[in-house]
Each structure stands twice: as C-alpha cells, then as structure tokens.
Write a protein that binds this ligand. Structure first.
Ligand SMILES: *[C@@H]1O[C@H](CO)[C@@H](O)[C@H](O)[C@H]1NC(C)=O
Ligand SMILES: *[C@@H]1O[C@H](CO)[C@@H](O)[C@H](O)[C@H]1NC(C)=O
Ligand SMILES: *[C@@H]1O[C@H](CO)[C@@H](O)[C@H](O)[C@H]1NC(C)=O
Ligand SMILES: *[C@@H]1O[C@H](CO)[C@@H](O)[C@H](O)[C@H]1NC(C)=O
Ligand SMILES: *[C@@H]1O[C@H](CO)[C@@H](O)[C@H](O)[C@H]1NC(C)=O
Ligand SMILES: *[C@@H]1O[C@H](CO)[C@@H](O)[C@H](O)[C@H]1NC(C)=O
Ligand SMILES: *[C@@H]1O[C@H](CO)[C@@H](O)[C@H](O)[C@H]1NC(C)=O
Ligand SMILES: *[C@@H]1O[C@H](CO)[C@@H](O)[C@H](O)[C@H]1NC(C)=O
Length: 614
C-alpha cells in the first residue's frame, strides 16, 4: 500500500470511529457498536464447535435478549460471555473485550485457549472470571487486583508462571490457581488467606500459608509487578536489574501499543474493504443465485461464513444486495417513532440510503405469516406506494427495509414551522399531493381486494414526499399491516382506529380507508390538525370532519380553507368541491361513502386544466 493509500485508509478509519459514536446514540437496535466489534474480533480470532461465525451475526443484543450463543444482555449492553467446554481454540485478540465495559461475567472455562491471560483493565464491572482448564501461559496480570467487584477468579489448570499478585478485594469469595506453574510466596493479604489449600495446590513452587511448605525467606512483602513476558524471578540479587529492565520493556511496549492497534485495525479494515468490493462486483455482474454460490468460494478465503450474507430477504433482485451486518454498520438517524415502531434512515457504507422500520407488537406472528405478507406487499409496484426492498424476521425482531423518500412527510409539510418564515404550500401542490394519495390508495384497493382494510394506517405522517424542482410527489407508506396485528385491541394504534365504525365496534371494510382519506383531504384543505382544532367552535366537537360539516352547513364555506390558500385567489371553487367529496368520504355510515375508484375519478375531474405532473 502506498503512503497516500495509507493516509486515506486512516482517514476512513477515523470517520468510521466517529460514525460509531453517532450510532451509539441513535441506534436501530439496542446494542453498542464497540461491544459488537469486540465480540466479532473474538469470533474471527478463535475456532470452536459452537459455530460462532454462523451464530454471531446481526445485533448481539435486543434489549435484554441475545441471539448470540454464550452472550447475555441487559438494556442493550453485553453483560456476560459464557463459552464453556466448546473446544475454543486460539489466542484471544489483543484488545479483548475492551469496549464491553458492562461485562459482569466472563467464562471460557474448559476450552483450549492459549496465549497470555486477557487484559481486563477496562472491565470494572467484572464479578466472575472463569478461565480455568485452558492453555493460558504467562503470568497473572497484576492489574487484576484492581477489579473492584471481583467475586470469583478461577484460573486453575493452565500453564501460568510467576507469582500470585496481592489480591485483597474484600469482594473475592472464590479463588483458585491450582494446577499451574506458579512460584513464590502466597501474598499475606487477608483475602488470599481465606482460601483453602486446594486453591493453591499442585503448583511448581508456591509457599506460605495456607500451604504446608513454609517460605524460606522472612515474611514476604507485596510483590512488585513483574514484566509480562519475563521468567519467574529466580534470585534476590538479580531483582534490581530486572526491575530496570522491566521499566524499559514496559515503556517500549507502551510506545508500540498504539501502532499495533492501528496496524491490526488496518489489516482488518483492508480485509473488510476487499470483501465489500468483491461483493459489490459480484452483485453487479451476476444474478443473485449465481452470486450466492460464488460468494461461498470467494469469501471462504477470508474465513468468513458465507451464510452471514444471506440474512435479509430481498424482494427485488435488481437492487444491490446488502446484509444485516451492513445495515448494522450503517449510520442511522431516527425519522419517526410511530405506534407500530420506529423508522430510521440508514446510510450504508456503500453509500446507498434506505429506511428501516422496526416493527413492534408482532411477536405472536409466525415467520411464515410475516414472510407471506411481506412478499405480497413487496410485489406491489406503484409510483405512489413506498417500495419494500427487503425484510428481516426473527422471533424478537422484525425489520422492514423500504426505499428512502427524501423530503419528509405530508404532516410536516402542512403543519411544520407555521408562522414567520414559512413558505406557503400552494393550491396546485396540494391538489397534486391529493391526487397522488388517491392514486396510491385506489391501487391498493384494487390490488388487495381480499384485505379487510388494505391500507389501514393512512394519515398525513404516513404520506411521504419527494420533490423534484418545484413538483411534489407523494408516496404512501405503512400500509398492509392489518393482517399482522395480533388482535382488535391493536387496531386503535392504526389510523382506522379513529373511524366511527371502529369506535362503534362494527365490522371494518375498505370504507375505513376511505374515511381516513377523507380526513387527509380535510387536513390538506383546512391546514388544521385532526383532533386538535384551534379555537374549537364548539367544545363538544373535536373531530375535524364534524367541525367542517358544521362550518359548511352554516354556509361559512370558504372560512374553512387554510389561510395559506385563502390568501391567493386560485382554486377556491375546486377546494370547495374537494370539501364536498371529503365530507362524503367521512360520512358516519360506511356504506354511504364512495368507493376509492370513484373518489379518484372525481378528483381527476376537479383537476384544473393545466396539468402539472405528467
Ligand atoms: C473501543 O476501545 C478502544 C480502546 O480500547 C477505543 O479506542 C475505541 O474508540 C473503542 N471503540 C468504540 C466503538 O467505542
Ligand atoms: C444462535 O444459537 C442459539 C442457540 O443455539 C439460537 O437460539 C440463536 O437463534 C442462534 N442465533 C442466530 C443469529 O442464528
Ligand atoms: C432489562 O433488565 C433490566 C434489569 O436487568 C430492567 O431494569 C429493564 O427494565 C429491562 N428492560 C427491558 C426492556 O425489559
Ligand atoms: C469439558 O468440556 C467437554 C466437552 O468439550 C465435556 O465433555 C466435559 O464434560 C467438560 N468438563 C467439565 C469438567 O465441565
Ligand atoms: C490494558 O488495557 C489498558 C486499557 O486498554 C491499557 O491502558 C493498558 O496499558 C493495558 N495493559 C497491558 C499490560 O497491556
Ligand atoms: C487488605 O484489605 C484490608 C481491608 O480491606 C486491609 O485492612 C489490609 O491492610 C489489606 N492488606 C494488605 C496486605 O494490603
Ligand atoms: C481448585 O481447582 C482444583 C482443580 O480443578 C480442584 O480440585 C479444587 O477442588 C479447587 N479448589 C477450590 C477451593 O475450588
Ligand atoms: C496435587 O498435589 C497433591 C498434594 O499437594 C498431590 O498429592 C497430588 O498427587 C498432586 N496431583 C497432581 C495431579 O499433580
């Protein structure tokens, strides 16, 4: 790599770090990227019969749950890592779990891990550390005496050398270093004296209480920490020069550590980049089915499990494929928090942007039901419907990945920053948006005739806006969830929960969508927010349609129009025609409301002579 290339990679690296910091505050799933990365570093460094490559994918934590074998979580943080007797082989990564700062329990007992014991300096919450029955070498790091909450330390049956550090944490109630090659006196701290002989047995040269062989020298002092890789201290005479030597070694090591860390990251990042490039190329060139088999051969080189990349179900094969890991690495921004879940804008590392919805309240749903519904919805293609790109199902977590629509939603467009500085939304734009909504909804009604209520959640915040130059287009989102909800109780979370037939406990039909459409019409015409009409004319009416009905019946007609369009002289007459249609759509009796196909026809008639869209 050239020097220039290196600088670019370094810059990328730092942007990656800062991105992760952002991610931690606005996350798609409750997990912390630093923790995940540390676990992935471990996964990629060791082998075991637990098949971690296949299992440790996606988020490590889902609030208090984890789908990663051996991992436990609390409030999105990894709090325990327990991999016992799974033939874990290899050396732990250099910055082992340094960012998993809430780790409480660490157990890798009964495996074949080799190399030095891990540096646990940052892990101040640790209570249980079980690393017994492995192949650890080197000394017990003296920094372990600073783990203030340590209750249990099991290091027996390894190949540890050197002396025992002066553990004196009052919390420590279980301790075992037997069957190692430790030497020297057992430090005479109150805590270490508590443990029985069997905690110290079968070492090369330990002496002192509680062992029977007493130390030859006078009462020992607390041991000074020896350097990490030095052999056990053989004689007193050499001690001084050794200490000087150790200072030099530690200083040199400390100076080298940042370089090593950067080097390791560089290699790792390079590998990831390579993988990404391969993937992108493969995707452009070959059809997905061919590509999958190819991925198996290309990625196995870098010891990546091929199955990692096929976590998301894609509905459209023409778009670039990414996997859940890509999604989790993406920077995320909350777009909205709805009653069915939160939606995020995710910018993938390859540059594409998608919207991700985390769906709530669907835990009773079987995988089959969810997939069938997603496939049905994903098949629909209409310029006024937000496209579903892919989805992810697990028992605890369901994600729907939509195309990202860039210019916000109709609610914000109508109601945001009212007052000084607001650019009025003119009549032509309003009519264009209404027409788009009617087209999208009419299509849904035609495409999903068997659905009780095809959209079921039509409201202005679910009408997304995109704009090119001065032209506004609208796309409907959040449709088709009704069959996924567990019971009628949840329907009140949807827009159709506001319909008269719902509150009267009557049967719901396509006409419930027509009602919701009527409310949006009124919202667009009046510029008022349904359910919170300013200066309510009558305390008892807080419903937008009741209010409009009353105003219109009293022949105040144009008074209902949004002041923004009242100010201009255009379109008043058409607006009143639309008001009439809106009142029909919001009729209390569902049967009296027009069908969506008729609504669309009438809106197209209302349209002014000058076409603004097509
Ligand atoms: C992980 O920890 C290292 C130091 O051990 C730190 O430099 C890095 O920023 C951390 N990463 C994250 C994502 O928190
Ligand atoms: C990992 O394995 C556990 C238990 O074997 C399983 O419950 C979990 O679903 C697996 N996770 C993934 C992501 O496959
Ligand atoms: C997760 O567990 C903690 C206690 O361990 C509890 O305080 C918290 O409410 C739980 N959170 C969820 C979402 O269940
Ligand atoms: C250690 O793990 C092996 C499987 O790898 C298991 O058969 C054995 O019973 C375990 N021993 C102990 C003491 O847990
Ligand atoms: C252990 O990790 C901490 C923090 O990451 C670091 O400051 C310290 O130098 C490390 N100790 C050793 C012996 O590597
Ligand atoms: C160990 O800790 C106890 C109390 O926490 C203290 O009284 C004692 O002096 C300590 N012993 C040594 C050798 O540091
Ligand atoms: C320490 O470990 C050894 C070997 O596994 C075991 O025989 C002994 O009973 C343990 N002692 C304590 C106090 O745990
Ligand atoms: C462990 O030590 C005890 C006494 O200290 C001894 O009797 C026993 O043979 C030793 N066991 C092994 C496996 O070295």
């Amino acid at each position: 790599m050239t020097l220039c290339g290196r600088i670019v990679v370094l810059a990328l690296l730092f942007s990656l770090f800062s991105q992760n910091v952002v991610l931690a505050s606005t996350k798609i799933l409750e997990y912390y990227p630093g923790e995940r990365q540390d676990l992935l570093d471990l996964r990629d460094k060791v082998t075991s019969n637990a098949d971690l490559h296949k299992n440790w994918t996606g988020p490590p934590c889902l609030y208090n749950l984890s789908r990663w074998v051996g991992v436990s979580c609390s409030n999105g943080h990894v709090v325990a890592l327990v991999l016992e007797g799974v033939q874990l082989t290899g050396v732990l990564p250099p910055a082992f779990l340094q960012n998993v700062t809430f780790l409480n329990r660490l157990s890798l007992r009964n495996n074949s891990v080799s190399g030095l014991l891990p540096n646990l300096t940052n892990l101040v919450s640790l209570e249980n550390v079980l690393l017994s029955e492995n192949r650890f070498t080197g000394e017990i790091p003296f920094q372990y005496i600073e783990l203030g909450r340590l209750r249990e330390l099991q290091l027996q049956e390894n190949y540890l050398v050197g002396q025992i550090p002066a553990f004196n944490q009052s919390t420590l109630t279980a301790f075992n270093v037997s069957y190692n090659h430790l030497v020297g006196p057992i430090p005479q701290t109150g805590v270490l004296q508590r443990f029985p002989e069997s905690s110290y047995d079968n070492n090369s040269g330990l002496c002192g209480i509680p062992l029977r062989n007493l130390c030859p020298a006078p009462p020992p002092t607390i041991i000074t920490p020896p350097p990490a890789a030095s052999p056990p201290i053989p004689a007193r005479g050499k001690k001084k020069s050794l200490q000087i030597w150790s200072v030099v070694v530690i200083a040199a090591a400390a100076a080298l550590v940042p370089f090593l860390v950067i080097l390791v990251f560089l290699c790792y990042y390079k590998r990831m980049q390579g993988k990404e490039k391969e993937k992108a190329k493969a995707e452009q060139e070959v059809d997905r089915s061919v590509e999958l088999s190819e991925k198996k051969t290309t990625t196995s080189r870098s010891s990546e499990d091929p199955e990692r990349t096929v976590e998301l179900e894609f509905l459209d094969r023409t778009i670039p494929v990414f996997d859940l890991d890509d999604l989790l690495r993406a920077s995320a921004e909350v777009l909205g928090k709805g009653k069915l879940g939160s939606t995020y804008k995710a910018t993938l590392e390859l540059g594409s942007v998608v919207a991700v919805k985390r769906v709530k309240n669907m835990n009773g749903l079987s995988k089959k039901e969810f997939i069938q519904q997603m496939q049905l919805l994903g098949k629909m293609r209409h310029e006024n419907l937000v496209k579903i790109i892919s989805f992810y199902y697990s028992k605890e977590e369901k994600l729907i990945i939509y195309e990202f629509v860039p210019n916000g939603n109709l609610f914000d467009l109508l109601h945001e920053s009212r007052g000084v500085g607001r650019i009025p939304l003119n009549w032509r734009t309003r009519l264009a948006i209404i027409k788009d909504i009617a087209k999208g909804l009419a299509f849904l009604h035609q495409f999903l005739p068997s659905h009780k209520v095809p959209h079921a959640n039509l409201k202005s915040s679910n009408v997304l806006i995109h704009r090119d130059n001065q032209t506004y287009h609208a796309k409907l989102s959040d449709f088709g969830f009704l069959p996924l909800l567990p019971s009628r109780k949840f329907l009140e979370k949807l827009a159709i929960g506001q319909s008269p037939e719902f509150s009267q406990g009557k049967k719901l039909t396509h006409k419930a969508d027509v009602y919701c459409f009527g409310i949006i019409l009124l919202e667009v015409i009046t510029g008022k927010i349904p359910g919170e009409i300013a200066g309510g004319i009558d305390e008892t009416t807080d419903d937008l349609s009741d209010w409009v009905r009353m105003v219109v019946n009293n022949d105040w007609s144009t008074d209902i129009l949004d002041v923004e369009i009242l100010a201009t002289r255009e379109g008043h007459e058409e607006m009143l025609k639309l008001t009439q249609l809106a009142l029909e759509c919001t009729d209390l009796t569902p049967e009296k409301r027009p069908k969506m196909s008729e609504v669309l026809r009438r809106i197209e008639e209302i349209e002014p002579k000058v076409e603004e869209n097509d």
